[in-house]
Design a protein around this ligand. Sequence first.
Ligand code: ZN
Length: 451
Amino acid sequence: MTGSCHIVRVGGKRFLLDCGLIQGRREDIERNRQPFPFDPKSLDCVVLSHAHLDHSGRLPLLVKQGFRGPIYCQNATADLCEVLLEDAARLGEYDAKRQNRRLAKKKKPQIEPLYRDKDVQKVLKLLVGNRYRTKREILPGVTIQFRDAGHIMGSTSVEVWLEEDDKKRKVVFSGDVGQYDSPILNDPEVIKQADVVLMESTYGNRLHRDREETVQEIGEIISEARHNKGNILIPAFAIGRSQEILYMLGKHYDEWDLDRWHVFLDSPMAIEASKIYWEYPHLYDEEATRMRRAFNEMPKLRNLHLSRTADDSKSINKLRSGAIIIAGSGMCTGGRIVHHLRHNLGRRENHVIIVGYQAVGTLGRRLVDGADMVKIYGEEVRVNAHIDTVGGLSAHGDWKDLGRWVSNFESKPDVWLVHGEKEASAAFEKTLRKQYRINARVAQVGNTISL
Ligand SMILES: [Zn+2]
């Protein structure tokens, strides 16, 4: 997956829209080490759509190579970036250390981590928080405004007005567009006017399962696990998914008889991110606002335990039943969920609820695919627990959501599909042309779009 990164040139000034990390296989990740196709020192500023690493994760590299301009983003994004980028630096430093031990044995030269915490700290000082729906002139002839994209807390679509030699153009950058009717967050905002739209198409070829069905399924799994006297494990991304699950547990607390359970949020990063989520109540949708007012807190979970330390986490292993454990990583590739899986997979009274996408080659994917045995910490573990996959909780809109968002434009702009895997973009291009009569094209890496 390519990290989102677009350069805009106007009136002799240059700025970036997003500066994302390239993620995926090791050879893809290595591409992050290649120099930028521009001089970071020559940039005047950066506009950041949201905190996810595939949009923000190369900002520390930009700063490491001399960029010192402002980075404009939504207020909540500035807070979430601190959590995400510090974690990314920590993981990078840890990973480099591990690789270096191996390289030392082979007498090969050592590698440097992509960036360190000190680079992240410099980025955090450059972040300039903004509110939604407030115009700001960021450069002579360039004005921006953030609109809610409904994807994660603080996520935006960016309106950009450009003025050069009496010519005026408006570009809208979609950022990542969320699902309509997702918990906590508002729906993606309607934008009516643009000359050109740069748009993501991550799930341009997919349709999510119905959300109500998903909620009902989770309720049924909880009651079955209660009947079986087991535990429930939920691998979840620290930002977004963990908060949605807490919110749903709070919303259905009585209906799902959760007084009989202990809920553990077993992830320091998710605990930090949750604090930020609950600190921005003015960004909630109507239902979340009502819920917060009714209970005076978010979420209303009397039996929620926040486990910060490794010892907190290990002590959960003593519980044979009645525990709902939310932990990362989302695809079970590392983090605390792995030791919970080791302790719980062997017993048939336990349940694992898979709520997010599981990439090929991950432990989470092997569970979804029905493996009888999996390897954890080099040990074979038998899978006797129930593995329940529920769809419908994605932070990304499906093709219908994306189509709905882009058909709000009354000005019939040209649409460039910029962020998404090949098949998804190609399929979505077709859908936009045929079903929505929109002039859409897939942009390639390195493309120049002249306005
Ligand atoms: Zn995102």
